[in-house]
Design a protein around this ligand. Sequence first.
Ligand code: TYM
Length: 335
Amino acid sequence: MNKKIILSGAQPTSNKLTLGNYIGAMKNWIKFQEGHDGIFFVADLHSLTVKQDPKTFRDQVYSALATYLAVGIDPQKSLVFVQSQVPEHSELAWILNCFSSMGELSRMTQFKEKSQKVGKNIPAGLFTYPVLMAADVLIYDTDLVPVGIDQKQHIELTRDIAVRMNQYFGIDLFKIPQPFIPEIGAKIMSLQDPISKMSKSDPVENATIFLSDSDTQITKKIKKCVTDSGDQITYSDSSPGIMNLINIYACLTGESTNSIVERYRGKQYGHLKVDTADVVVRFISPIRSEIDKIMQDRGYLDKIMAEGAIRASARAEVVLNKVYDTVGLPSRLRR
Ligand code: TYM
């Protein structure tokens, strides 16, 4: 019964999750939920690090949960919940904050990028966000964290904090987690700027494919995607736009990148675009319908959230109680 614990989450920052989120992370969540102890949550507290519209934010949280279910996360097999409904995460985050340094947090690439975008009045939450992420992971004795490459540095920080506290207190307080990053698809690129990551919050039109996009939107975005001016289909860093399409194609069909390049030898970029659009449409179309269907039934989503939160809290408090005892706080009270 000692199954490996797999944990991951995504932020409900924009209206919908993206094809990048699916390929880089969620595809592996689904693979791992078989034969492992899967824990998947909607990281809504993380989204508050940038300003959210309270009128739409709650809907985004529901929509993210509906997307998890629509892509195949099964609440009968995995623990599924919303982060803000399990307050133990925030409790642990405070304690971890006291064992993290300003220096290491200011070295986080994502903080540097995001704070630059915010400009003035950078929220402190943006700075300490990786510590909340460390709490998300460490509170469940997680073994493996399936994520895209952009989260690797945060998992390394999580490991550093865990090792530091284990050494300081001289006990195995936390299990040391490992990241799981796919070989292909760990960074799906923007369709309009193939040297930047495809992102939920990209304001550039046609840069991002959402799991809620219509067939027409998907086809248009892929047809208009930026490639170089060459005409040979190759899998190389000098053709990042083409490489990105091949990666998307390979990840959604299971065909190897070599075999795709072979098949398109001598063909034009347009062929690859049309066929990739077709593959993406066939993949997203049933997911989109399923999200729409699930979103009609708020009662069902509320039930999943409530059941998930109760189970998650019961598990989270085991490590949290141990942390309270270890740092010397009075025992955590049960309410
Ligand atoms: P988030 O919401 O930015 O992204 C969710 C997951 O999708 C991956 N991802 C991508 N993979 C490939 N190509 C892309 N273009 C792409 N864009 C996003 C991300 O790497 C991530 O795995 N901090 C996290 C959420 C989080 C979390 C956690 C994850 C909070 N706590 C604990 C793991 C464990 C985030 O902002 O992901």
